[in-house]
Design a protein around this ligand. Structure first.
Ligand SMILES: Nc1ncnc2c1ncn2[C@@H]1O[C@H](COP(=O)(O)OP(=O)(O)OP(=O)(O)O)[C@@H](O)[C@H]1O
Length: 325
């Protein structure tokens, strides 16, 4: 169920079914600024979980805390069912992460760059490095370009290589901070497709974004941040279930049209300049059209309007969501 934190306790899947759980996670920076405020996240195993919020809403700070790169001021968290930070050494090899873009050498090939990354991991067995690197390149679709120099890679290829670096070794959880930031539309499509593919292989993906449309296309679940606080989280399908479609009739006969809509038992009947509308509910648009025409209403246009996910967020949070951050 989708929950709005102000109204109900936070959602969600029971902790044992989750790859990532936080309870009251808080970060107050020196100087007093609270960047993350009492965050309760529950990321179901196997989900593609969008961590959505405008720039500055606390996403990167949260991700840095999850990975042990910043210490929380308060709260607890678990990765793969293991309490952190105590379990970090045991769990980190099962978690891939892309936080600040990894630095790659422009004059080395993608493969040689990954070799350097792999060699820096003390847990990785050097005898199996080639197989591991080959598999990671294959998973991100760069096998054919493995020998190409990094500087000849497109933006999308560069980001896919960064994801390959996070996928050196089998991962149960992948944490990606704004993986499409700075990419052109083609690169964005490539990375989105890759994230979906990784998820179908059973890896839970936790991915931050400030783009609502992107999360909508890529994710099964979403959590919405605003000003360091969680305002909603749950499956996107539940968000959709909360949408109320409306029927809109363009007509000079607004009063008559409104009377017909009310007569059909539709809720939320409203009239405006040259139009009348109502909530569609389970009514069939063609029946509404027929009823209007039978009643002598001059129908100039008829449309079913389904609110965007952004409209749903506005309804849930009582404020707008700036999709461009
Ligand atoms: N080291 C720091 N010291 C003080 N304030 C910080 C520090 N790091 C982040 N902040 C502040 O904390 C808030 C949350 O920042 P954060 O980077 O986590 O947000 P974000 O949602 O990831 O945004 P972006 O996508 O722009 O990185 C911002 O107001 C930011 O200025």
């Amino acid at each position: 169920m989708l929950t709005v934190q102000e109204a109900t306790p936070p959602a969600a899947a029971p902790a044992e079914d989750c790859s990532l759980v936080t309870r009251g996670l808080t970060k107050r920076f020196r100087g007093g600024q609270v960047a993350v405020d009492g965050l309760d996240l529950a990321v179901p195993r196997g989900s593609v979980f969008g961590f959505l919020g405008p720039n500055g809403s606390g996403k990167t700070t949260t991700i840095r805390m999850l990975l042990g790169l910043a210490a929380p001021t308060a709260g607890t968290w678990e990765l793969l069912g293991t309490p952190m930070p105590a379990g970090m050494p045991a769990v980190l090899s099962r978690v891939g992460a892309l936080v600040e873009g990894p630095a790659f050498y422009p004059y080395l090939s993608g493969e040689a760059n990954l070799r350097r990354y792999d060699a820096a991991d003390p847990a990785a067995d050097p005898r199996t490095a080639s197989a591991r690197i080959g598999l990671a390149l294959d998973r991100v679709g760069l096998a054919a370009a493995a020998r190409k120099r990094y500087r000849a890679y497109s933006l999308g290829m560069r980001q896919r290589l960064a994801i390959a670096a996070a996928l050196l070794g089998p991962r149960e959880l992948l944490i990606l901070d704004e993986p499409t930031n700075g990419l052109d539309p083609q690169g964005t499509r490539e990375v989105r497709g890759l994230v979906r593919e990784i998820a179908t292989e059973g890896t839970t993906v936790f991915v931050s974004s400030h783009l609502l449309a992107e999360v909508e296309q890529m994710c099964s679940h979403v959590a919405v941040m605003r000003g360091g606080r969680l305002v909603a989280q749950g499956p996107i399908a539940d968000l959709r279930a909360g949408e109320v479609a409306r029927i809109r009739v363009e007509t000079p006969d607004t009063a008559e049209a409104a009377a017909v809509l009310a007569g059909l038992g539709l809720a939320g009947v409203r009239t405006g300049d040259g139009e009348a509308g109502a909530e569609l509910g389970s009514a069939a648009p063609e029946r509404i059209c027929a009823a209007l025409v039978t009643a002598g209403v001059a129908v100039r246009g008829l449309a079913v309007q389904r609110p965007s996910l952004e409209d749903v967020f506005v309804g849930l949070t009582g404020e707008g969501f700036d999709v461009n951050g």
